[in-house]
Write a new protein. Structure first.
Length: 184
């Protein structure tokens, strides 16, 4: 069986933990801790009580391929964790909360961080599309994500909407990259 390391990133509250829980076929390893409120986290998610403080892990098997998904903390104060998790990654999923455009810059900073240090194919998951105030694809592209020229998939991690399509698109990007570099 082939193993593929995937990093799941995105800003605080984007839905990384929810996505990993929803996709993993084994009980995921989670590193959630009580939210301190440090850095204004409660401003955007007053109902949120926990946050990821280390790396999370889940596994999805598709045929002879095991996708090992590693979730990272969304807040930049935990960026010391990001670098070690990025080592050996074959692809990235970067999530945004489609209802919170003020936080999207944080995801863009993560994209830039990983592409500079551990470049690999990535896609963007515009999460929480099940909510009435979710921004549409054109609004998301115009906000800066269109400049990356990568697939943007509209999803709801909570309701498992388009999450399989998300994985399919990521694998297409990884395979295209590997073939281009003659590794497949």
């Amino acid at each position: 069986m082939a193993n593929l390391k995937i990093v799941v990133g995105g800003h605080f509250g984007a839905g990384k933990t929810t996505l990993i829980k929803g996709l993993s076929q084994v009980k995921p390893v989670l590193t959630e801790a009580k939210l301190s409120g440090f850095g204004g986290d409660k401003e955007y998610y007053p109902e949120k009580t926990t946050t990821t403080v280390g790396s999370e892990w889940g596994k999805l098997t598709i045929g002879n391929l095991a996708l090992h998904m590693f979730g990272i903390p969304g807040q930049s104060r935990f960026s010391f964790v990001w670098d070690s998790i990025g080592v050996g990654s074959k692809g990235y999923i970067f999530l945004i909360d489609s209802t919170k455009p003020k936080l999207w810059e944080d995801t863009m900073e993560q994209i830039d961080f990983f592409m500079e240090r551990h470049p690999a194919p990535f896609i963007i998951a515009a999460n929480k599309q099940d909510l009435p105030d979710a921004k549409n694809l054109e609004e998301i592209k115009k906000a800066g994500f269109g400049s990356y020229n990568v697939p943007i998939v509209l999803i709801s991690a909570l309701k498992n909407i388009n999450t399989q399509e998300l994985i399919k698109k990521l694998l297409e990007e990884v395979i295209r990259h590997e073939r281009k570099n003659k590794r497949v």
